[in-house]
Structures are given as structure tokens and as C-alpha cells.
Design a protein around this ligand. Sequence first.
Ligand SMILES: Nc1nc2c(ncn2[C@@H]2O[C@H](COP(=O)(O)OP(=O)(O)OP(=O)(O)O)[C@@H](O)[C@H]2O)c(=O)[nH]1
Ligand SMILES: [Mg+2]
Length: 689
Amino acid sequence: MKEYQTEQIRNLVLLGHSGTGKTSFTEAALFETGAITRLGRVDDGNTVSDYDPDEAKRQISISLSLLPVEWGGCKLNLIDTPGYADFVGEAKQGVRAADAAVIVVDAVSGVEVGTDLAWGYAGEQELPRFVLINRMDRENADFAEALRQVRERYGKRCFPLQLPIGAQDAFLGVVDLLEEQAFLGEKAEPGPVPESLAAEVASYREQLIEAVAETDDELINKFLEGQALTADELRSGLRAGVCSGSIVPVLATSSGKNVAVPRALETLAQYAPSPVDRGEVVAHDEGGAEVKLTAGPAGPLAVLAFKTSADPYVGKLTYLRVVSGTIAGDSHVWNANRKAQERIGQLFHLRGKTQEHAAKLPAGDIGAVAKLAETATGDTLCVRERPLLLDGVAFPAPAYTLAVYPKTKADLDKLGTALTRIAEEDPSLRVRRDADTNETVISGLGESHIEVAAERMKRKFGVEVELLMPKVAYRETITAAKQAEYVHKKQTGGHGQYARVALLLEPLPRGSGFEFVDKIVGGAVPKTYIPAVEKGVNEAMREGVTAHYPLIDVRVTLNDGKEHPVDSSEIAFKIAGSQALKNGAREAHPVLLEPIVTLRITVPEANTGEVLNDLNGKRGKVLGMTPQSGFTVIEAQAPLAEVQRYATDLRSITQGRGVYTVTPSHYEEVPAHIMPKLVQASEHPAASS
Ligand SMILES: Nc1nc2c(ncn2[C@@H]2O[C@H](COP(=O)(O)OP(=O)(O)OP(=O)(O)O)[C@@H](O)[C@H]2O)c(=O)[nH]1
Ligand SMILES: [Mg+2]
């Protein structure tokens, strides 16, 4: 690939509902620009973008891919992202590296949930946008209807820059409204505007010219005075409108049949902002002061590591977006987040999985580097004398958790490393050890997200795991006070064993934990044996008396006892303490406690009723509801056991529009009708998992 100047670079992230044809578009773009000679298909698992075996198997994108194409003197860094909600972390990384978004919409389905989400992600970074109405060749493709939905939802600033010629089997090409020309067939050959479209073209063109004129005082004056705008004025006005976000051009393509793809590339090359057009980027210095950066070669150097991928052979690959300055291969840089020097070896341009050597990456460009020692996703690379911090990537909080069990002993040995690498690669995954249940748990955005992670561990690191619903950390407690005692006595010839312990058990308020009080008077239990009693009590507390869960929120007062001058021993007092506690707890009306979590759920207003209903069925309690521009934020609490699959449930109620966070809150008594089930499960643990 030849070298490009910053002004010639276009960083474009493709976003949209799953299956709208983003990956197919990039494949067609590579083919039409001569980067590949054989056109792959998603359905055949042989596209450049979806090169990962997990992607080929599922026929969806899972990771973002870089697909630079050269067109019209520009380098278009196409960033293909998954539309599937579980992999939104990838889309967010893509958005962070891009200067504009291409929102791909299906010509049959129109605006879908994923379209809304994509629009929102682009909005978070204030990216200029294009809408690509794709799959125009399909049965029932309807450009006008899709356009109507786009404009209804995202406003009149969405403007058709192209109108399709024909549709479905007869989708032949597009008319460009600014050029007043048709572009036909796979190669987008120019031709006259078809007679049948003339009136529509004229009317839309008129509206487009007005919208373009409005981007500039001089142009609008000219327009209002009735003077015609020149072709150059229209082009530069449109470009300004796109860059400022006041105009969102709508285009039409069939990436499956390769119709109008070159025309879309031409439009993106002409009208999408270059890194320079994006204006100043705010970074911070070490003291937190703002530093404004422009995309120029002069620097200061500021490079965002926006993605990390793990390869068992090559090692770690870090994707870079140069914001300012030029990064060179074989150099040293400073990681401002880690406060560490980092050696840059060879730089690459990536195209799918193909690496092409690059001596340097200029301001605005995107590339990759292998084997960085310190750098993680979201870090900034700069020079030591001028430390700078760019905003990282805002990943959604994981809400779906599964327990990870290694299949074999060999898997166990490698599990820790594999989990670390997989979480490093995908920061929307979290791995931790749950101290309460003694399980290793992995959290992500949904079931598929975690399944894919497990498949990757197997493929990349040879570690096989089983994924199970995590155990719920139930607890036990007592609800009544009880005086109890136990005499431990054994006579087996020679030395016997003897200890008597009397305990008062009292329930404590939730969250108090465990108190041990020594109220022995007159040495009924000698001082030296009291720690042994406490130890015995503690052991019994950990074992529980109802369903093998630890007892909590209990005060145990040692108030009497008796020793034997010869037969008493530490072990005897420990046993007596333990048994006294068990006897007492069994009669102190023991109950089970379950963890309660706080949920903060954001759902479209229309789904509020159904979400509340569903929470009700899950023994949830609503704490509050706040309307928030078309959405309702519901604050609720529910037993953890009921909401372990909530990510899946909420997705199905809201078709993926709802999001939530979950945080541990407190313990509450398990209702009486549920207790027997838990007791039974604890006696047959295998049957319950
Ligand atoms: N008829 C027709 N089919 C298309 C077109 N573009 C894509 N497809 C098909 O639609 C399906 C999905 O296409 P993809 O390119 O994988 O869609 P995507 O947007 O990348 O999907 P995700 O990666 O899941 O977000 C595949 O079967 C494609 O062959 C098109 O223009 N016309
Ligand atoms: Mg895809």
C-alpha cells in the first residue's frame, strides 16, 4: 500500500443491526478496488473481514476488522464491526478509532433495534454519519420506505444523496442527486438519469441544494437571491454539512450483488471527514490540564491503543489510531497510562488478518503493532517528555455471569493464563474469583459472548472449560434466641475426654456478621480452653445446620461449662463448642438467607409495563422509576437466584433495547415455600447443577 497523507485518510466505522450486510459491503469494496481478486461470501465463511473461525462458523462478525481500501486518491480505513448485541464492545472500539460512521440499514427491514443502537454509539462520539440502505436487490426491498423510517427516527437531516434505479431483481444502480448522473452496474458506469426518475430526482435535488446552502452564510444568501450554486460550491457545502453533522447523506447499494458499491466508496472518499476535518481532539496532560491536539505530522505524538487481540503464536497485537504526530517503527514511546517505556517493533497495516509492513503511521492513520509489553486497550502512547492521555474506550458493564470449570487437570493448569489473555483481548469480559462460592466466574454481555470466549480459549490456548450457572452464595441464620449446651464425654480406658460447654445463641441484625462473647465467671471453662471453644463454634458456623451454608448474623455467648481435671483437653472443648452450637442453632428457628442485588434497568417507555410484570414474577421490588427521554430507568431489587439469566430475559422483552447494571446489595430471608427446595438441593448437590 502506498503512503497517504493525513488529508487523504478516511476512518469509517460500519455499524448497524446484525445481518444488514456490513461485512459483505467491505468484501465488495475490497473486490471492486482490486485489493482482492476473489470475492468471498459471509455464507461461505471466506470473507477477509470475518476470518476468525468463530465468525465463519456462526456467519456473523464477532470482532472488529480493519479493511483499508484505496479509492479516488484516498485511503478508506473501513472498520467492520459486529451488529450482534453481545459484541457491542467491538463496535465501541471501532467508533473510538473512526472519524465517521456508516450506518448500514436493510432495505427490507428498515430501521431495526441495532440501527437505533448504532446511531446512539456514533452519537456518543459525535461522529458525522452516512446511512447506507443495503440489500437493495432483495425481494421486497423498498428504499422509499426505509428512507421514510430513517428520516422519521433520525430527522430530516438524513438526506438521500442517491436514489436507486429499480429495486429487487431489477436494482441496476443509483442516480447521484448532486452530479445528476446515473451510475450503473457493478462498475458504476456513468449514464443519463432515467426518464422515469427525472421528476423525483429534480424534487429531491432541490431540497438537497437548500440543505447544502444552509450550511454556509454565503451560500444561503446566493440561494435566497435565486442564483444557482456551482457544482464546486455544492460539493464543498455538502462536505461541510456532513462534517458538522447537519447533513447525513443516505446512499443505496447491494453489497451482495455488487451494485453501486464503487459509487458509495466515491461518496465516502469525497464527503467523509479526513482526520483533519474532525478538528481539535482534547487530551489531558499528567496534571489533568486539557491539551488540544490536531491531526498533523508535527505532533506532539498521541496514539490511542483502541483494541488488543491475542494470538497464541504471534502474541499480542495492539491496534493503534494515531491522533497526532507520526509513530515510527523501531522506536521507543511512552505509555502515559502505565508510566512505562514501550518498544515499538514493526508497524503494520492490517487487512483482516493480513499484515503489511509499514515504516510509519502518519497522524490520522490506523495500524497495528505486535508484542507490546505494557500497553492495554485504551492506553495512550506518546513521548516521555510530553505525556498525554486520550480518552479510552467506554465499554458497557457486563451483566451476565457464568462459572468456569476446567475439564481436566491439564486444563486447570493453563486456565489462569488463558482467562487473563482472553479478558485482555476483550475488556467487556471480566474474570474474577468469587470468594463466597469459591468459583471462578466470567462475566460478559450475554450467553453467546461467554460461549465465544470459551471457544477461543479452547482454540487459542488449548484450554477446555465447562460453563455453569454460578452457585448462589446462600447463608443461614437463626431467628430466635436459644440457650444450648453439650457435654463431650468419652471413656476409653486410660485417659478419657471431657468438656461441657453452654452457649447462648442470639440473632443479630442483617449484616452484623458473627460475634463471640466470653462471659465465663469463676473459671467454669478455664481461660486456656476458651480459644478452643471459639474455634469449634467457628467451624460449626461455617458448616451450617440447614443446608450446608455458613451461619451469619449470630451472637454466641459462652456463659457456662465444666472441665475435668484429667480428661479435659483443647480438642474436647472444641468438639463441645461445635456441637453446642449445632444443637442450639437447630432449635433457634434457623432460616436460609439469599443475596439480593440492586438492578438499574433502562428500557424504552413502551416496555416499562412488561418489564415490571416480569420483575414481579422474579420476586423483585421496585424502588423507583424515572422517565428519561423516551426511556424509563427502573431501580429495583431482586434475589440473585431469580435474575442470573436477566440479560437474556430483558433482551427478549425489549428486543435488545433494554440495558441494566447489577450490584450486590444485602441478604434477606428466603421465603418459606422456597426453602425446602434449597435444602433438598444441598443434600444432592450433583442433581442441582
Ligand atoms: N441479497 C443480498 N444479500 C446480502 C446483501 N448483503 C449481505 N447479504 C447477505 O446477508 C447476510 C448477512 O450479511 P453480512 O455481511 O454478514 O451482514 P453483517 O451486517 O456483517 O452482519 P453482522 O456481522 O452479524 O453484524 C449474508 O447472508 C449475506 O450474504 C445484499 O446486498 N443483498
Ligand atoms: Mg459482519
